[in-house]
Design a protein around this ligand. Structure first.
Ligand SMILES: [Zn+2]
Length: 191
């Protein structure tokens, strides 16, 4: 059982509804810092680069208030285990304005672009919450609180998906997918 699962059960046993908030916030920050540090160490040799101009134009259209020029991607990364998600298919992780991508990133591939949109939503959340620490706090609280509106193509949503910050990112990238979750290239804006 994960640390999160343990805390959740303890909370339920003692009926800590109110205690769930600070626990979620503080643990969110701790896990975030630890995971970010692991990602940095494991990938110190991976170059960082900007998104291509066309991709930046696309992201600018979808996230008009975000400084997309500040985003950096590092590809072919080794990703640390995701303490928030037990499911295996982690293709990327985002810390602040840096996106760690597991495989090669093909910015001509609509499927990669839609996955990238999901990660850029997390960058935009950092902007909206004000800092990485505030984002991590909200993420931790959201993990415990749940209640996010997960799009229908995710058949078996877990606590990870129901985190309102994840649900927002999944719901946003679902705009570019059909009801079964397949990417529909025509739905992406053409800048
Ligand atoms: Zn996500």
């Amino acid at each position: 059982m994960s640390l999160w699962g343990t805390l959740r059960s303890i909370g339920e046993v003692f009926g800590w509804k109110r205690a769930a908030e600070p626990v979620g916030c503080n643990l969110g920050k701790v896990i975030y810092r630890e995971t970010k540090r692991s990602a940095q160490i494991a990938n110190f040799h991976r170059p960082r680069r900007q998104l291509r101009p066309g991709t930046r134009a696309l992201m600018r259209e979808l996230f008009p208030e975000l400084d997309v020029n500040a985003i950096r991607v590092r590809t072919r990364c080794r990703l640390p285990s995701n303490r928030f998600s037990q499911t295996g298919s982690i293709y990327g992780m985002t810390f602040g304005y840096t996106i760690y991508w597991r495989d090669n990133l093909d910015e001509d591939d609509p499927t990669d672009l839609v996955k990238l949109v999901h990660e850029v939503m997390h960058v935009d959340q950092v902007r909206r919450y004000g800092s990485e620490d505030d984002f991590a706090c909200e993420y931790g609280k959201g993990y415990l609180a749940g209640g996010g509106d997960v799009p229908g193509h995710i058949r078996n949503p877990t606590a990870y998906h129901r985190n309102p910050l994840e649900a927002e990112a999944y719901a946003f990238d679902a705009r570019f997918r059909d009801e079964r979750g397949r990417v529909v290239p025509d739905r992406l804006p053409t800048p």
